[in-house]
Design a protein around this ligand. Structure first.
Ligand SMILES: CC(C)(COP(=O)(O)OP(=O)(O)OC[C@H]1O[C@@H](n2cnc3c(N)ncnc32)[C@H](O)[C@@H]1OP(=O)(O)O)[C@@H](O)C(=O)NCCC(=O)NCCS
Length: 220
């Protein structure tokens, strides 16, 4: 974790969150920094991603996409996701439903300038207010930094209090234009530590997912 991104301390409702996510107490010991399994998503998860997005209310769709995107447009958006260029990752609950999703769009091959990435997030309502959004934001910043990105961009509504909190705490600069806001976070260069952090996080999340599948008696 780098200096201007906060280190997360335990929240009082940790037990409830660990139960919802199906994370063992050992992995989530109160003496350690908070950890949740954040899993990378690939082509084969398009349907899971779409299912997650379809459950978003009109208000959440407005906040996530800047307009009330229709189910048809969500399907087209999911279909057009470029898993080679961008990073998609999320958090599964203990029933292996995708409870939170991040789309980190990289600039080099897309519409954004090189060395920039854009962050988009949705956390299902029942999981909110418990630090999941903040942890996913930190994870995105680490991933972006490890890929040589210098600036992380976030578009949000001016009245999106929780997202504003997340970007403010990370140290982003924020510009307000009418009802919208645009946040920009400068990222430091990667280090061996940030690369190892990503690698270990990835491996731990895969292990967690496999164990949950076994627990649900699904094929691994
Ligand atoms: C924005 C969103 C991702 C936040 O997720 P989350 O898991 O609730 O975030 P966190 O629990 O980490 O909370 C982030 C901060 O906001 C605060 N917060 C949470 N809910 C809040 C609320 N209703 N009002 C004000 N602040 C709130 C938290 O206390 C926390 O601040 P803290 O670190 O000082 O305690 C989630 O609400 C969401 O998916 N919204 C719909 C889509 C969206 O708005 N996307 C953002 C634009 S891409």
């Amino acid at each position: 974790m780098f200096e201007h991104l906060r280190e997360h301390t335990m929240s009082p409702d940790l037990d409830e969150l660990t139960t919802d996510l199906g994370v063992s107490h050992a992995a989530h010991d109160r003496s350690n920094l908070r950890w949740i399994p954040i899993r990378s998503l690939g082509q084969s998860q398009r349907e899971t991603i779409l299912k997650h997005l379809m459950t978003l209310s009109a208000e959440d769709r407005q906040r996530r996409f800047g307009h009330v995107i229709s189910d048809e447009r969500l399907a087209a958006y999911t279909q057009s996701m470029d898993f080679e260029r961008d990073a998609l990752f999320g958090v599964y609950d203990r029933a292996l439903r995708l409870a939170a999703l991040v789309h980190l769009a990289f600039g080099a091959l897309g519409a954004l300038p090189e060395a920039m990435a854009e962050f988009g997030i949705s956390v299902l309502p029942r999981m909110r207010g418990r630090g999941v959004g903040s942890l996913l934001f930190d994870h995105a910043a680490t991933l972006a930094r490890n890929r040589g990105v210098h600036t992380l961009m976030i578009h949000l509504a001016r009245d999106n209090a929780s997202m504003l909190n997340i970007v403010r705490k990370a140290g982003a600069g924020i510009t307000f234009i009418g009802g919208d806001a645009s946040a920009s976070l400068s990222l430091p260069a990667d280090t061996l530590g940030s690369q190892i952090q990503e690698l270990l996080g990835h491996q731990a999340a895969e292990l967690d997912f496999r164990l949950k599948r076994q627990g649900l008696r699904l094929p691994t």
